[in-house]
Design a binder for this molecule. Sequence first.
Ligand code: AMP
Length: 312
Amino acid sequence: MSILVVGSVAFDSISTPHGKVDHCLGGAATYFALAASYFADVRVIAVVGEDFLPQHEAVLTARGIDTRGIETAPGLSFHWMGAYAGAMNEAETLNTDLNVFADFEPKIPAAYLDSEYLFLANIDPLLQARVRNQMPDVKLVCGDTMNYWISAHAENLAKVLRELDVLLINDGEARMLSGEQNATKAAAKVLSMGPKSLVMKHGEYGATAFFGAHSFAGKATSRPFRAPAMPMAEVVDPTGAGDSFAGGFYGYIASQPELTPEVFRRAMFYGGVMGSFACERFGTERLQSLTREEIETRFKLFREMSHLAPEI
Ligand code: AMP
Protein backbone atom coordinates (compact mmCIF):
# COMPACT_ATOMS: atom_id res chain seq x y z
CA MET A 1 0.00 0.00 0.00
CA SER A 2 1.31 3.45 -0.88
CA ILE A 3 1.19 6.66 1.10
CA LEU A 4 1.45 10.00 -0.65
CA VAL A 5 2.74 12.78 1.60
CA VAL A 6 2.87 16.49 0.89
CA GLY A 7 4.72 18.74 3.29
CA SER A 8 7.92 20.55 3.99
CA VAL A 9 11.30 19.16 3.01
CA ALA A 10 13.52 21.62 4.74
CA PHE A 11 16.73 22.59 6.42
CA ASP A 12 16.52 23.09 10.16
CA SER A 13 18.80 24.99 12.52
CA ILE A 14 18.10 23.67 15.98
CA SER A 15 19.36 24.38 19.44
CA THR A 16 18.61 22.20 22.46
CA PRO A 17 20.30 21.84 25.86
CA HIS A 18 22.36 19.05 24.21
CA GLY A 19 23.87 21.20 21.46
CA LYS A 20 23.20 22.96 18.19
CA VAL A 21 22.98 21.97 14.56
CA ASP A 22 22.92 24.28 11.58
CA HIS A 23 21.01 23.49 8.37
CA CYS A 24 20.46 19.80 8.96
CA LEU A 25 17.95 17.97 6.78
CA GLY A 26 14.46 18.25 8.24
CA GLY A 27 10.93 19.15 7.35
CA ALA A 28 7.64 17.59 8.28
CA ALA A 29 7.43 15.45 5.12
CA THR A 30 11.00 14.22 5.61
CA TYR A 31 10.39 12.97 9.17
CA PHE A 32 7.02 11.55 8.23
CA ALA A 33 8.37 9.72 5.18
CA LEU A 34 11.35 8.22 7.03
CA ALA A 35 9.15 6.93 9.87
CA ALA A 36 6.42 5.59 7.55
CA SER A 37 8.98 3.91 5.27
CA TYR A 38 9.41 1.12 7.85
CA PHE A 39 5.77 0.11 7.24
CA ALA A 40 4.67 1.07 3.72
CA ASP A 41 5.74 2.55 0.36
CA VAL A 42 6.04 6.31 0.62
CA ARG A 43 5.92 8.96 -2.12
CA VAL A 44 6.76 12.59 -1.45
CA ILE A 45 5.41 15.83 -2.96
CA ALA A 46 7.47 18.89 -2.03
CA VAL A 47 9.67 21.61 -3.41
CA VAL A 48 13.32 22.19 -2.57
CA GLY A 49 15.86 24.81 -3.59
CA GLU A 50 19.26 24.55 -5.22
CA ASP A 51 20.84 23.98 -1.80
CA PHE A 52 19.18 20.53 -1.64
CA LEU A 53 21.97 18.24 -2.82
CA PRO A 54 22.12 14.60 -3.96
CA GLN A 55 23.33 13.57 -0.49
CA HIS A 56 20.14 15.00 1.03
CA GLU A 57 17.92 13.17 -1.43
CA ALA A 58 19.92 10.00 -0.74
CA VAL A 59 18.71 10.05 2.90
CA LEU A 60 15.21 9.44 1.55
CA THR A 61 15.99 7.13 -1.37
CA ALA A 62 18.16 4.93 0.88
CA ARG A 63 14.92 4.09 2.73
CA GLY A 64 13.15 3.28 -0.56
CA ILE A 65 11.17 6.55 -0.51
CA ASP A 66 9.98 7.73 -3.92
CA THR A 67 11.27 11.26 -4.45
CA ARG A 68 10.07 11.83 -8.02
CA GLY A 69 7.51 14.31 -6.68
CA ILE A 70 10.18 16.53 -5.11
CA GLU A 71 10.59 19.47 -7.44
CA THR A 72 13.69 21.68 -7.50
CA ALA A 73 13.07 25.42 -7.91
CA PRO A 74 15.49 28.33 -8.19
CA GLY A 75 16.32 29.71 -4.76
CA LEU A 76 16.75 28.25 -1.28
CA SER A 77 14.88 25.44 0.47
CA PHE A 78 12.46 26.07 3.32
CA HIS A 79 14.48 26.91 6.43
CA TRP A 80 13.21 26.63 9.99
CA MET A 81 15.06 27.78 13.10
CA GLY A 82 13.89 26.49 16.44
CA ALA A 83 15.04 26.19 20.04
CA TYR A 84 14.04 23.98 22.95
CA ALA A 85 14.51 24.68 26.63
CA GLY A 86 13.29 23.27 29.95
CA ALA A 87 11.10 20.18 29.56
CA MET A 88 11.60 20.52 25.77
CA ASN A 89 7.98 19.71 25.05
CA GLU A 90 7.51 22.58 22.67
CA ALA A 91 9.80 24.29 20.19
CA GLU A 92 10.17 28.01 20.15
CA THR A 93 10.19 29.03 16.49
CA LEU A 94 12.93 31.60 16.03
CA ASN A 95 12.50 32.01 12.29
CA THR A 96 10.62 30.48 9.35
CA ASP A 97 11.84 31.16 5.81
CA LEU A 98 9.36 29.67 3.37
CA ASN A 99 11.73 30.40 0.45
CA VAL A 100 10.78 28.16 -2.51
CA PHE A 101 7.58 27.04 -0.72
CA ALA A 102 6.16 30.55 -1.10
CA ASP A 103 5.33 29.98 -4.80
CA PHE A 104 4.90 26.22 -4.84
CA GLU A 105 2.29 24.75 -7.20
CA PRO A 106 2.14 21.06 -6.28
CA LYS A 107 1.97 18.73 -9.27
CA ILE A 108 1.27 15.05 -8.75
CA PRO A 109 3.37 12.75 -10.95
CA ALA A 110 1.22 10.26 -12.89
CA ALA A 111 2.99 7.43 -11.07
CA TYR A 112 1.60 8.72 -7.74
CA LEU A 113 -2.07 8.84 -8.74
CA ASP A 114 -2.83 5.33 -7.53
CA SER A 115 -1.73 6.10 -3.92
CA GLU A 116 -4.35 4.80 -1.47
CA TYR A 117 -3.35 6.88 1.55
CA LEU A 118 -2.84 10.63 1.61
CA PHE A 119 -1.00 12.48 4.36
CA LEU A 120 -1.18 16.27 4.40
CA ALA A 121 1.84 17.07 6.55
CA ASN A 122 2.37 20.44 8.13
CA ILE A 123 2.45 23.06 5.36
CA ASP A 124 0.31 25.92 4.05
CA PRO A 125 -3.30 24.64 4.13
CA LEU A 126 -3.78 26.05 0.64
CA LEU A 127 -1.17 23.60 -0.65
CA GLN A 128 -2.72 20.78 1.39
CA ALA A 129 -6.08 21.53 -0.27
CA ARG A 130 -4.56 21.63 -3.76
CA VAL A 131 -3.06 18.18 -3.32
CA ARG A 132 -6.25 16.81 -1.77
CA ASN A 133 -8.26 18.05 -4.76
CA GLN A 134 -5.94 16.25 -7.16
CA MET A 135 -6.37 12.96 -5.27
CA PRO A 136 -10.15 12.50 -5.04
CA ASP A 137 -10.11 8.69 -4.87
CA VAL A 138 -7.80 8.01 -1.92
CA LYS A 139 -8.95 5.56 0.74
CA LEU A 140 -8.00 7.72 3.72
CA VAL A 141 -6.85 11.29 4.33
CA CYS A 142 -4.89 12.23 7.40
CA GLY A 143 -3.41 15.63 8.17
CA ASP A 144 -1.39 17.78 10.50
CA THR A 145 -0.99 21.51 11.04
CA MET A 146 0.60 23.89 13.55
CA ASN A 147 0.11 27.25 15.30
CA TYR A 148 1.82 29.09 12.44
CA TRP A 149 -1.05 28.11 10.09
CA ILE A 150 -3.84 28.08 12.72
CA SER A 151 -3.32 31.72 13.63
CA ALA A 152 -2.91 33.32 10.20
CA HIS A 153 -4.57 30.94 7.70
CA ALA A 154 -7.71 29.88 9.58
CA GLU A 155 -10.08 30.11 6.60
CA ASN A 156 -7.99 27.87 4.34
CA LEU A 157 -7.38 25.48 7.21
CA ALA A 158 -11.14 25.17 7.86
CA LYS A 159 -11.59 23.82 4.32
CA VAL A 160 -8.86 21.20 4.82
CA LEU A 161 -10.30 20.08 8.18
CA ARG A 162 -13.56 19.10 6.52
CA GLU A 163 -11.65 16.67 4.27
CA LEU A 164 -9.84 14.73 6.98
CA ASP A 165 -10.42 11.24 8.31
CA VAL A 166 -7.80 11.87 11.00
CA LEU A 167 -6.33 15.14 12.26
CA LEU A 168 -3.09 14.85 14.23
CA ILE A 169 -2.15 17.91 16.29
CA ASN A 170 -0.72 18.56 19.72
CA ASP A 171 -2.84 19.64 22.67
CA GLY A 172 -1.66 23.27 22.52
CA GLU A 173 -2.68 23.46 18.87
CA ALA A 174 -6.07 21.88 19.66
CA ARG A 175 -6.65 24.57 22.32
CA MET A 176 -5.64 27.28 19.89
CA LEU A 177 -7.81 25.92 17.09
CA SER A 178 -10.88 25.48 19.29
CA GLY A 179 -10.48 28.34 21.75
CA GLU A 180 -11.22 25.81 24.55
CA GLN A 181 -8.76 25.25 27.40
CA ASN A 182 -10.12 21.89 28.53
CA ALA A 183 -8.65 19.17 26.28
CA THR A 184 -11.88 17.14 26.06
CA LYS A 185 -13.96 20.18 25.18
CA ALA A 186 -11.28 21.27 22.71
CA ALA A 187 -11.46 17.83 21.07
CA ALA A 188 -15.24 17.99 20.72
CA LYS A 189 -15.02 21.41 19.13
CA VAL A 190 -12.23 20.36 16.75
CA LEU A 191 -14.27 17.30 15.70
CA SER A 192 -17.23 19.59 15.00
CA MET A 193 -15.00 21.42 12.48
CA GLY A 194 -14.90 18.35 10.24
CA PRO A 195 -12.27 15.68 10.94
CA LYS A 196 -13.78 12.25 11.62
CA SER A 197 -11.24 11.61 14.37
CA LEU A 198 -8.59 13.53 16.24
CA VAL A 199 -5.26 12.34 17.59
CA MET A 200 -4.14 14.85 20.19
CA LYS A 201 -0.44 14.53 21.02
CA HIS A 202 0.79 15.40 24.51
CA GLY A 203 4.56 15.48 23.94
CA GLU A 204 6.32 13.39 26.58
CA TYR A 205 2.94 12.21 27.97
CA GLY A 206 1.64 10.30 24.95
CA ALA A 207 -1.42 10.92 22.82
CA THR A 208 -5.20 10.67 23.03
CA ALA A 209 -7.54 9.75 20.21
CA PHE A 210 -11.05 11.21 20.10
CA PHE A 211 -13.63 9.84 17.72
CA GLY A 212 -16.56 11.46 15.99
CA ALA A 213 -19.76 9.62 15.07
CA HIS A 214 -18.38 8.56 11.66
CA SER A 215 -14.83 7.50 12.55
CA PHE A 216 -15.18 3.92 11.36
CA ALA A 217 -17.63 2.65 8.77
CA GLY A 218 -20.43 1.01 10.73
CA LYS A 219 -18.47 0.79 14.00
CA ALA A 220 -19.12 3.64 16.39
CA THR A 221 -16.40 4.19 19.00
CA SER A 222 -17.20 7.04 21.30
CA ARG A 223 -14.65 6.39 24.05
CA PRO A 224 -11.33 8.22 23.76
CA PHE A 225 -8.15 6.12 23.71
CA ARG A 226 -4.90 7.10 25.39
CA ALA A 227 -1.53 5.76 24.22
CA PRO A 228 1.66 6.18 26.25
CA ALA A 229 4.95 7.83 25.37
CA MET A 230 8.31 6.37 26.21
CA PRO A 231 9.75 7.71 29.46
CA MET A 232 13.19 8.83 28.25
CA ALA A 233 16.13 9.86 30.41
CA GLU A 234 17.68 11.84 27.58
CA VAL A 235 15.83 13.71 24.85
CA VAL A 236 18.53 15.02 22.54
CA ASP A 237 16.33 16.76 19.97
CA PRO A 238 12.52 16.53 19.84
CA THR A 239 12.32 18.09 16.35
CA GLY A 240 10.26 15.87 14.11
CA ALA A 241 8.87 13.75 16.94
CA GLY A 242 5.31 14.72 15.98
CA ASP A 243 5.88 13.99 12.30
CA SER A 244 7.58 10.71 13.15
CA PHE A 245 4.60 9.84 15.36
CA ALA A 246 2.40 10.55 12.34
CA GLY A 247 4.63 8.42 10.09
CA GLY A 248 4.53 5.43 12.44
CA PHE A 249 0.79 5.86 13.01
CA TYR A 250 -0.19 6.21 9.36
CA GLY A 251 2.44 3.79 8.05
CA TYR A 252 1.05 1.08 10.30
CA ILE A 253 -2.53 1.85 9.21
CA ALA A 254 -1.48 1.62 5.55
CA SER A 255 0.14 -1.76 6.22
CA GLN A 256 -3.17 -3.22 7.44
CA PRO A 257 -6.07 -4.41 5.27
CA GLU A 258 -8.70 -2.27 7.01
CA LEU A 259 -8.89 0.58 9.50
CA THR A 260 -10.64 -0.91 12.53
CA PRO A 261 -10.71 0.50 16.09
CA GLU A 262 -8.05 -2.10 17.01
CA VAL A 263 -5.76 -1.09 14.13
CA PHE A 264 -6.21 2.57 15.13
CA ARG A 265 -5.10 1.78 18.69
CA ARG A 266 -2.05 -0.22 17.64
CA ALA A 267 -1.20 2.57 15.19
CA MET A 268 -1.13 5.04 18.10
CA PHE A 269 1.42 2.82 19.82
CA TYR A 270 3.58 2.61 16.67
CA GLY A 271 3.33 6.40 16.47
CA GLY A 272 4.72 6.70 19.98
CA VAL A 273 7.48 4.23 19.16
CA MET A 274 8.66 6.19 16.10
CA GLY A 275 8.35 9.53 17.90
CA SER A 276 10.57 8.27 20.71
CA PHE A 277 13.27 7.11 18.30
CA ALA A 278 13.27 10.51 16.58
CA CYS A 279 14.20 12.25 19.86
CA GLU A 280 17.29 10.14 20.50
CA ARG A 281 19.60 12.02 18.10
CA PHE A 282 19.70 15.38 16.34
CA GLY A 283 17.75 15.66 13.11
CA THR A 284 16.82 12.54 11.19
CA GLU A 285 19.86 10.50 12.21
CA ARG A 286 18.10 7.88 14.33
CA LEU A 287 15.28 7.37 11.83
CA GLN A 288 17.68 6.59 9.02
CA SER A 289 19.07 3.38 10.43
CA LEU A 290 16.43 1.61 12.49
CA THR A 291 15.58 -2.04 12.08
CA ARG A 292 12.12 -3.57 12.17
CA GLU A 293 13.36 -5.63 15.13
CA GLU A 294 14.19 -2.48 17.14
CA ILE A 295 10.74 -1.11 16.32
CA GLU A 296 8.98 -4.31 17.43
CA THR A 297 11.04 -4.53 20.64
CA ARG A 298 10.00 -1.00 21.59
CA PHE A 299 6.39 -1.69 20.60
CA LYS A 300 6.42 -4.61 23.03
CA LEU A 301 7.77 -2.31 25.72
CA PHE A 302 4.91 0.10 25.05
CA ARG A 303 2.42 -2.74 25.45
CA GLU A 304 3.97 -3.84 28.75
CA MET A 305 4.23 -0.29 30.03
CA SER A 306 0.52 0.34 29.70
CA HIS A 307 -1.10 -3.05 30.17
CA LEU A 308 -3.35 -3.69 33.11
CA ALA A 309 -4.68 -7.24 32.95
CA PRO A 310 -8.34 -7.72 33.95
CA GLU A 311 -7.34 -9.74 37.06
CA ILE A 312 -5.22 -6.92 38.52
P1 AMP B 1 7.58 18.55 14.67
O1 AMP B 1 8.72 18.73 15.62
O2 AMP B 1 7.27 17.12 14.39
O3 AMP B 1 6.38 19.33 15.02
O4 AMP B 1 8.06 19.16 13.24
C1 AMP B 1 9.28 19.79 13.03
C2 AMP B 1 9.51 20.00 11.55
O5 AMP B 1 8.50 20.85 11.00
C3 AMP B 1 10.84 20.68 11.27
O6 AMP B 1 11.69 19.78 10.61
C4 AMP B 1 10.53 21.90 10.41
O7 AMP B 1 11.32 21.98 9.26
C5 AMP B 1 9.07 21.74 10.06
N1 AMP B 1 8.33 23.01 10.17
C6 AMP B 1 8.45 23.97 11.14
N2 AMP B 1 7.60 24.99 10.92
C7 AMP B 1 6.92 24.69 9.79
C8 AMP B 1 5.88 25.34 9.03
N3 AMP B 1 5.39 26.54 9.38
N4 AMP B 1 5.39 24.71 7.93
C9 AMP B 1 5.89 23.52 7.58
N5 AMP B 1 6.85 22.86 8.22
C10 AMP B 1 7.38 23.41 9.32
